[in-house]
Design a protein around this ligand. Structure first.
Ligand SMILES: Cc1cc2nc3c(=O)[nH]c(=O)nc-3n(C[C@H](O)[C@H](O)[C@H](O)COP(=O)(O)O)c2cc1C
Length: 326
């Protein structure tokens, strides 16, 4: 199933080398001003074209099929699609028999019994994240007072991102990275206890992004080594502002009015320009595979805007839930 959200419900569809990819957003309130240009900035941040990203070139022009009328959301489901034009299916034909290590070829082959369109990574491709970014543009408009900013803070274990990317390219290898996300001007009271805590929902959405492997909120894993007296964020005013922010802006699953802070880890791209060993599913023999096709050497370069988008989706849904509960 490819839908998520309680009141703001998002479904994504498409395959990397199919006709198009896109998103359907249901539950968006009517009357939000939006036009095609509003998508440009965020879509451009996810685009390829810079060093370390895939040579694939797509126009990434959003086609708004429904739900936006005369420049405003109309209250009916919003459907946005993106054409896939720069496809080269032949490079991927062998992956159903000779799966790439680290990619979804093997599991997709088994789960869908050979029926899945695996070209370019098929439905598992990072191409689908354009749909999340488009949904994020709309979600950000539902919560305009909250500012969400994500940035890549290190790649391949190196704070000098350019140097790390150059090294990886030279080796014909790939690297991962760490992205830090901060939401400022957070209201108190977004999120629900237990199953729909802010941490749960953001994590659920973050792990929906291919290649995300870890997440931590506030002091995260470091919390385990701290004393309570160090970890407790002392409350310094009646709005709940705290002296420190080890909690990452969340207590009891609910936003406490401080900045929402979290980090995610992106793994190194599994498709690399080096020979790797894998299994031939037809012969049962192990064999070498040199992955063809076009790939990002560092996926993490393109992920910050996707992280912003999923954060906006989570917070906008919580905001609508609070309105609903009043
Ligand atoms: C923006 C983006 C771009 C990606 N580009 C590539 C790529 O060029 N080559 C590749 O092998 N994987 C790429 N991926 C990652 C794969 O989609 C992902 O590793 C695969 O679906 C398996 O999922 P998993 O890594 O979460 O297990 C990309 C992911 C994202 C988010």
């Amino acid at each position: 199933m490819n839908s998520f959200g309680q009141l703001l419900r998002v479904s994504i569809f498409g395959e990397s080398h199919g006709k198009s990819v896109g998103v359907i957003i249901d539950g968006c309130p009517a009357g939000i001003a939006i036009n095609n240009d509003d998508f440009n900035f965020d879509l451009s941040r996810r685009k390829t074209g810079t060093k370390g990203t895939s040579p694939r070139r797509e126009s990434d022009i959003p086609i708004i099929n429904s739900g936006i009328y005369n420049g405003f959301t109309s209250g009916s489901p919003i459907s946005i699609s993106f054409e896939n034009k720069d496809v080269s299916a032949d490079d991927y034909l062998s992956f159903k028999d000779i799966p790439r290590p680290g990619h979804a070829d093997f599991v997709a082959m088994k789960k869908y019994r050979g029926f899945a369109n695996l070209s370019g990574g098929g439905h598992f491709s990072g191409r689908l994240t354009i749909a999340l970014v488009a949904a994020g543009v709309i979600a950000k408009k539902i919560i305009p007072s909250i500012a969400i900013n994500a940035k890549l803070i290190e790649a391949g274990g190196n704070k000098n991102i350019e140097e790390a990317v150059n090294k990886a390219i030279k080796r014909k290898d790939s690297i991962g990275g760490i992205i830090e996300c901060k939401a400022t001007n957070m209201p108190v009271s977004l999120g629900e206890p237990f199953f729909n805590s802010i941490e749960s929902v953001i994590s659920h959405l973050a792990f929906s992004i291919p290649a995300i492997k870890a997440i931590e909120f506030g002091a995260g894993f470091e919390s385990a080594g701290m004393y309570g007296s160090e970890h407790n964020d002392l409350i310094i005013d009646t709005n709940g502002q705290t002296e420190t922010n080890n909690a990452g802006g969340i207590n009891g699953g609910i936003s406490n009015g401080n900045n929402l802070l979290f980090k995610v880890a992106v793994k190194p791209t599994s498709s690399i320009g080096l020979d790797q060993n894998t299994i031939n599913l037809n012969t049962g023999e192990r064999e070498n595979l040199l992955v063809k096709g076009r790939h990002d050497s560092c996926i993490a370069l393109r992920v910050p805007v996707i992280i912003e988008a999923i954060t906006a989706l989570a917070l906008a849904d919580f905001y609508l839930l609070n309105q609903h509960q009043k």
